[in-house]
Design a protein around this ligand. Structure first.
Ligand code: BGN
Length: 344
């Protein structure tokens, strides 16, 4: 009699051998299809074993430890509050006051440090914004506890384009970078669309050796990358890398292309893009109609074809803006900017 464990081992060994032979005989597509099916089913089974939690669950256990900060231990590599898939749901008509009540440890300007250990990660979140109040409230409701689960030191900056010119996401992100770095020596910057809600807290908001594309599986795109070099939605860079590629281009007015441009800048600088596993990098996109002042940019194809010639002269080193106000609100730092008629 063969022990059941051993029989299973032999069975899988045989399957693998058969697939290797088939692959060798030219059945590449069929073999990769079977392998893909197997890995997705294994990953989805492990995912269903993990229970889907409320993003606030367990956070009441985070309490200040000792009275002197010097005595604090370093936070563990893996936070004990990280658990896996999270529920994405919001109370009806959330107000900012409700979110403040639910996040008592968040300080003015949307700053947070774990109260009982020294954080290993120091991350600024930059959100480009115009006229999406409900989405901003929903994102703040979810993102604050999401980041606290990860025991990160963080702050949230909302960069608000306050004029009637066409929306300019790239330029807003450059402003966010500049203003956030004036405030603190952040090690990592997350550039975060207002309508993307992370669905799994194992998607840790820290930086890696290469620029990171976090939103790899968005429900709107059936939880798959729309194309291989897609770098939109939520992405992160270390400051040194952001400056090396000269940040985002400032001259993409309207929808589309600025994310492809920054991806090109990364490749032109001989870096590659890191991505979390697709089961971690899952996002729900909040529904919205057409944004006024953000129609598709007809020049984006031509601009993109010239990135290799222009990236050195267009970005952080020619950024012009007027900062109308910088306001520390209880849940975020609000940077209001005006670009004027500046077509850099
Ligand atoms: C692409 C857009 C991106 C956008 C994604 C996903 C362009 C440039 C022309 C090739 N790029 O097509 O900006 O993030 O779709 O919506 O339009």
């Amino acid at each position: 009699m063969v022990a059941p464990g051993r029989a299973l081992f032999i069975f899988f060994g045989l399957q693998l051998a058969i697939m290797a032979v088939l692959y060798h005989q030219g059945y590449h597509h069929q073999v990769s299809y079977v392998l893909k099916m197997l890995t997705t089913s294994v990953l989805s089974t492990t995912d269903t074993i993990l229970t889907v939690k409320d993003v606030y669950s367990g956070l009441d256990q985070i309490q200040p430890l000792s009275p002197t900060k010097e005595d604090l231990p370093t936070c563990p590599k893996t936070s004990p509050f990280v658990s896996g898939p999270l529920k994405v749901s919001f109370p009806l008509d959330i107000t900012l006051d409700d979110i403040v009540q639910k996040n008592p440890l968040v300080q003015l300007g949307g700053h947070y440090q774990p109260p009982n250990c020294w954080a290993l990660h120091h991350t600024a979140i930059i959100i480009p914004y115009r006229a999406r109040r409900r989405h901003l409230h929903q994102l703040l409701y979810h993102l604050h506890p999401f980041l606290q689960r990860q025991q990160i030191h963080y702050a949230i900056y909302v960069v608000h384009q306050m004029d009637n010119y066409t929306f300019n996401r790239g330029k807003l992100l450059n402003v966010g970078f500049k203003e956030a770095m004036k405030e603190n020596n952040w090690q990592c910057l997350y550039f975060h669309d207002v309508d993307l809600i992370p669905e799994d807290d194992r998607n840790i908001y820290d930086c890696s050796a290469f620029p990171m594309h976090a939103s790899v599986a968005i429900d709107k795109f059936q939880y798959e990358l729309p194309y291989q070099t897609y770098f939109g939605g939520v992405m992160a860079l270390q400051p040194i890398h952001y400056l090396k590629i000269n940040g985002f281009p400032n001259n993409y007015w309207g929808w589309g292309g600025e994310d492809d441009d920054i991806a090109s800048r990364i490749f032109l600088n001989k870096m590659s893009i890191s991505r979390p596993p697709a089961v971690f990098g899952r996002y729900h996109m909040l529904k919205h109609g057409h944004d006024r002042g953000n129609k598709a940019n007809p020049n984006r194809f031509q601009l993109l074809s010239r990135t290799h010639l222009r990236w050195r002269y267009n970005g952080m080193n020619n950024l012009l803006y007027s900062l109308l106000s910088k306001e520390q609100t209880p849940l975020y730092t609000n940077l209001t900017v005006h670009f004027g008629i500046d077509y850099h």
